[in-house]
Design a protein around this ligand. Sequence first.
Ligand code: AHR
Length: 499
Amino acid sequence: MNRIAVNAAAGSVKINRHIYGHFSEHLGRCIYGGYWVGEDSPVPNVRGIRKDVVEALKKIRIPNLRWPGGCFADEYHWKDGIGPRQERPRMINTHWGGVTEDNSFGTHEFLDLCEMLSSPGEPCEPYICGNIGSGTVQELSQWVEYCNFDGVSPMADLRTRNGRAEPWNVKFWGIGNESWGCGGNMTPEFYADNYRRYAVYVRDYGKPVYKIACGPNDSNYNWTKVVMEKTCGERGNLLDGLSLHYYTVPGEWAHKGSSTEFGEAEWLITMRKAYVMEELIQRHSDIMDTCDPKRKVGLVVDEWGTWFDVEPGTNPGFLYQQSSLRDALVAGIHFNIFNNHAERVQMANIAQTINVLQSVILTEGAKMLLTPTWHVFDMYKVHQDAVKLPVHVESENIQLGFGSIPAVTACASVDDDEKIHVSLTNIDPKLEKEVKIEIRGIDFKSVSGQIVGSAHMQDHNTFERADTVRCSSFAGARCVKGGVTVMLPAKSVVTVELG
Ligand code: AHR
């Protein structure tokens, strides 16, 4: 028996829309080919940026975009990416395939993209990750001044000379990426001391900036402890957010597994690994609570998603993988976890938006497709800025060789129009689940729903068959006394709306 109790009268915390954020790096075909085709391209574009991609991301109400990396961020020197494009110096992208980066997509192009991705009342906020691995304090400080200072100053004048008089007021600034690894191989003590120094010069020029410290990888709890202790305390917080990176990798790093050729065992292992996010958030939050009991510092899960072997025949440094129904389930599980931890999780960014890892969009020349993960983002957008409703889930278990994992996960929220949305995942590859949802503290008259599901675990969208896995309307929910009963199909993600 699967039961979910939703307490509709107990909502007090908003689900930050930034949980539905994105990460796009100068890696493979994410920026170049994914967003940027250049002004002279036959691919329809506005000032060099693909129109089809902008339209698809606006549909899912993209709330923010993290850039330029990733590992790339700590070798990126922003001044190489401004001014006339033909005069910009080139560099080697040492992390990702050793390819030449011509810097044609830089600060102006990125911030132009974010403006294109914005709708009235729903801005796509830029989130810039600064270089502290190979860059200086002055360099980062000047980048902030270049983007945000409204007045007469060397950097504001340079920006104006480069065609932009108005500041962009970039709010989100990351201070280093994976500083424990590709971003400088630092110890937590060394990083925290450096964070304190760099953070001072990430100035607030009128509009507040939100400073995000490099947090732990995975279960590196000591990193969280040390960084929190050294940056957050009685004399006021030096940080607003702490990042967390965790990837769902079914196999070992050397053999991660194929994105589309897998069986039931790999499916279940993938789900078990996706569930790890719950424990990571809980335990890192507990450590953060010690220094920050009022939860002023947000946990920013700014890299998450599946990581499989690259598609055969593609550049191993480009991390190009397909995205199947399995990825849709991983996305649903993550969103349920993030929403349920809305007190602490203030932002999350899928890695990465286009053509890299768990993408929501794949492109090939002028062609573009939406992955099953895009459809989950689309279905879950109703939770953006809605009030979280606490859920209590009792689920049947699925046996694995060495234990068991729950079949069903869920989250719920109520929006400004008093509509309740309950989102559910069923990872059982074969069996549908009857789920009784008890709704306490509110009356409702109707139920409708949407589903992302498909016949086979491996189903995915191709440029020839772009609609194999998509969101469709769901008729498996009916109102019963005190709640709703849902027949949740095997391997599906569902959202029901109660009105
Ligand atoms: O998303 C790919 C890479 O994974 C990022 O550049 C890095 O931050 C992480 O290790």
